[in-house]
Design a protein around this ligand. Structure first.
Ligand code: ZN
Length: 492
């Protein structure tokens, strides 16, 4: 049975959905004012793993991942302007052009990483009415106040009735000392109060009418409003990066409790962060490497390009709650590990079983392989253990491939099933040597096989010119071709 670590209770809990057979899951998505970087890949892949596993377990999952395109209060300190609006103003674009441009690029990056699209991908800017209604509910319950056209959460009042800070383990005194001096501070009763609605300055280009002012919602509001709209007042799982725990998720809990009188989320899940050479990613370190830069190898910190599957594998090799440190060496090691798995998978598809009556001579504890993979996934999504089981069974595959052992028909069938289910479907690793060819995949693979079979025939006929031409031209296109005792192996 699946156990997941609930950040709120600080322990692993057996997962029991609110509605049998159905799971509602909300994950905080990207703010689309720039390209996705390595820090975006981790939550996307972590919750993709969870989404895939829940579906494997037979649940019908409604997965909501939002697009933050307005109201992110992480302003440039001096200007207090929304980053999307700022970019639009500087580049003389309609804000929605900026949003669409970066949303398209985010989707492309996610597709390359083999991250499945969510069931619903709501935009904050498309849910202003719902956000205003949510703020109004909080006002009606007396936990918010209007100041100079903006609406703030009255955190002190709220904390008298509900435990504020329970997710991040903070108390109000800690928060006071942590709060930076931000725009609007002088309008608030207390520094820890946060904006539910902000009055727009005259130069601000993204604003909507509301009962309080022409303005825009506070950043935390979108997730409360859209989460409850699409998943109900109570839903199963809310995920995101650990960096969102405070203030974002803490504020979401406060908003829900204030408006609805109860928590909305049953299981809070947070992935740990990625550091680069031991340092947090941040502007001041100049170490933001975008995913595109990884794929193309174009960043001063990168010694070579790394494929999207290498990035995915690199992230899945660590448990989602441990930190991951990026370095070229670590990624090169991941690249090699992935190549070994890819080779084993392709050999697995080629090896033949011994006669039906014979038992396997290879010992890879096949009878328990599927169970052990499932146990690892059930243990709070322990992907590194699943990967180590796959590596163990790769040794058996290679032994059979090299003719030093045999495998029975039943064992071979089981082994192929486990690799397809765990490596391909659940870990989402594309091990067939071809990435993202979609519906054209079979045709594409068939065409390469056909060329290499023609090359084999040419070799048999001692037509070396043709055989070399095919090999050289495929190599020039980026294919790796290996001659084996039964024919050939290739990868891109
Ligand atoms: Zn959120």
């Amino acid at each position: 049975m699946l156990q997941i670590y609930n950040t709120l209770s600080r322990q692993k809990e057996y997962f029991k959905p609110l509605h049998e057979g159905h799971v509602g899951m909300y994950v905080c998505g990207p703010t689309v004012y720039g390209d996705a970087h390595l820090g975006h890949a981790r939550p996307a892949i972590t919750f993709d793993l969870l989404y895939r596993y829940l579906m494997h377990l037979g649940y019908k999952v409604r997965y909501v991942r939002n697009i933050t395109d307005v109201g992110h209060l992480e302003h440039d300190a001096d200007e207090g302007e929304d980053k999307i609006a700022k970019k639009a103003r500087l580049e003389q674009l309609e804000p929605m052009e900026v949003v669409q441009y970066f949303t398209n690029r985010y989707h492309r990056d996610m597709e390359l990483l083999n991250v499945l699209p969510p069931s619903i991908e709501p935009h904050a800017s498309g849910h202003i009415i719902e956000q205003i209604a949510f703020v109004q509910k909080i006002m009606d319950k007396g936990y918010a106040y209007v100041s100079n056209g903006s609406v703030y959460m009255d955190v002190e009042k709220y904390a008298q009735d509900y435990p504020y800070g329970k997710l991040s383990g903070r108390n109000l005194e800690d928060i006071v000392t942590e709060t930076r001096e931000l725009d609007g501070q002088q309008e608030k009763k207390h520094s820890f109060d946060f904006a539910l609605w902000k009055k727009a300055a005259p130069e601000h280009i993204m604003h909507w009418p509301s009962p309080w002012s022409e303005g825009f919602p506070g950043w935390h509001m979108e997730c409360s409003a859209m989460g409850t709209k699409y998943l109900g007042e109570q839903f199963d799982i809310h995920g995101g990066g650990m960096d969102l725990m405070f203030p974002h998720h803490e504020a979401e809990i406060a908003q829900s409790c204030a408006a609805l009188g109860h928590d909305s989320v049953h299981y809070w899940m947070h992935n740990n962060m990625i550091t680069i050479a031991g340092k947090k990613m941040g502007k001041s370190y100049n170490n933001f490497i975008t995913l595109e830069q990884f794929f193309e190898g174009k960043h001063e910190l990168l010694e070579q390009p790394f494929s999207p599957m290498t990035i995915r594998f690199f992230i899945l090799q660590a448990h989602y709650r441990s930190t991951v440190d990026f370095s070229n060496d670590a990624l090169v090691a991941a690249e090699k590990g992935l190549a070994r798995l890819t080779e084993a998978y392709q050999r697995l598809m080629k090896i033949k079983a011994s006669a039906a009556t014979e038992l396997s001579t290879v010992n890879c504890e096949l009878s328990t392989l599927a169970t052990r993979c499932q146990e690892a996934m059930d243990d709070d999504l322990n992907s590194p253990i699943v990967i180590s089981h796959l590596f163990d069974s790769a040794r058996a595959i290679n032994t059979v491939f090299d003719g030093k052992g045999t495998i029975s028909e039943a064992d071979l069938k089981e082994l192929r099933e486990v690799w397809k289910t765990y490596a391909m479907d659940i870990l989402g690793l594309q091990l067939d040597g071809v990435q993202d060819a979609g519906a054209g995949m079979d045709a594409y693979k068939g065409a390469i096989d056909m060329l290499l079979n023609m090359r084999l025939e040419a070799k048999r006929n001692k037509d070396w010119a043709t055989s070399d031409k095919i090999r050289n031209e495929l190599t020039a296109l980026g294919f790796t071709i290996k001659d084996t005792k039964d024919g050939f192996e290739w990868s891109l």
